[in-house]
Design a protein around this ligand. Sequence first.
Ligand SMILES: CC(=O)N[C@H]1[C@@H](OP(=O)(O)OP(=O)(O)OC[C@H]2O[C@@H](n3ccc(=O)[nH]c3=O)[C@H](O)[C@@H]2O)O[C@H](CO)[C@@H](O)[C@@H]1O
Length: 369
Amino acid sequence: MYRPLNIIIAGGGTGGHLFPGIAVAREFMARNPESRVLFVSTGRPLELEILTREGFSHQRINVSGLKGMGLFGKLRAVMKIPGSIWSAFGVLRRFAPDLVVGVGGYSSGPVVLAARWRGIACVLQEQNILPGITNRLLSRWVDRIYVSFQETRFTEGHAPAIWTGNPVRKEISYDDRVPGIFSVDSSSPPFGLLVLGGSQGAHSINQAMVDAAGRMGDIGPLRIVHQTGIQDAEMVRAAYDKYGISSDVRAFFNDMPEQYRKADLIVCRAGATTVAEISAVGKASIFIPFPHAADNHQELNARTRVAAGAAELILEKDLDGESLVNRIRRLVEHPDDLRDMAERARCLGRPDAAAEIVDDCYQLLEKRV
Ligand SMILES: CC(=O)N[C@H]1[C@@H](OP(=O)(O)OP(=O)(O)OC[C@H]2O[C@@H](n3ccc(=O)[nH]c3=O)[C@H](O)[C@@H]2O)O[C@H](CO)[C@@H](O)[C@@H]1O
């Protein structure tokens, strides 16, 4: 029997940080429904919408990131740090957590530091192959770090790191009882192409698909599901309509499990949570990493899959409509290759990541009693 816990999930900001936190939060609630979970972060609109839908409480904290800021922005961000740590103490006093889970993003910093100061158990979850700056700074002040990639390394003096994989929501994971996984089957057109731009959409992928739309005539029946982000939805929808391509274009999908299930091929950025979900669901993919992600970590995330024959890669500098269509056409014409990639992807999946993390957290708390 698992005892009820008060858990704070600190950090987030983007879907790639938030959804692993939700997977872990749900696992804690499954172990004991009397547990309470509070998410603490800057509270971007998308984040608040997702947490409300999931039924989790949220507490906003006023903190800014340092990265990519000018001198004035950096100074303002530094000046906010004492206030944000002070508010974090207030949150800790009111919620009285047994454990704080930092999921990356600068808003996790003050909460984890304040919790450490108060002697509360703290763990980190790192989604990317290269740790983000906040997790790197916090790595020596916590009890454990759960990493998504076996290759991930922290600098000396860090807490014990455990390779669990990146927690993925249960309904996304591969299940051989669900029809549609490994749905690559040339006898059942149309071919399902899922295009994802990460949680905010990717303008260059949108642009390349618009350019590609006029060159897809000879590929055969296609059904494109495309997540564009807010800016480009109209432009992309108009291009598919112009060339008579059946499509579902939206700024953001709230039904990703369904969309993954129906896809025969996924064209997407290489955010760590997308990469983990594609493995969990066992699908073929073409990654187009965001080249300006910190230390180019998206390309490194993607290369782990490419090296295992589980995905293909197009670098942004080589991306245009023609290169994209050529890759898609080749894979549509070689379903065996698609199936092989999908199976290799599935072998890399760690569908039990959330359960492993929660098991370890209970053990950690047991030792501290
Ligand atoms: C620009 C940038 O720095 N992005 C980072 C951000 O990416 P980003 O926030 O884009 O995150 P990911 O691609 O890793 O994950 C996106 C998440 O959003 C969900 N989703 C996506 C589209 C949609 O329509 N509906 C939906 O629910 C996906 O299922 C997934 O759970 O966090 C990732 C994880 O730390 C990093 O690897 C990325 O580099």
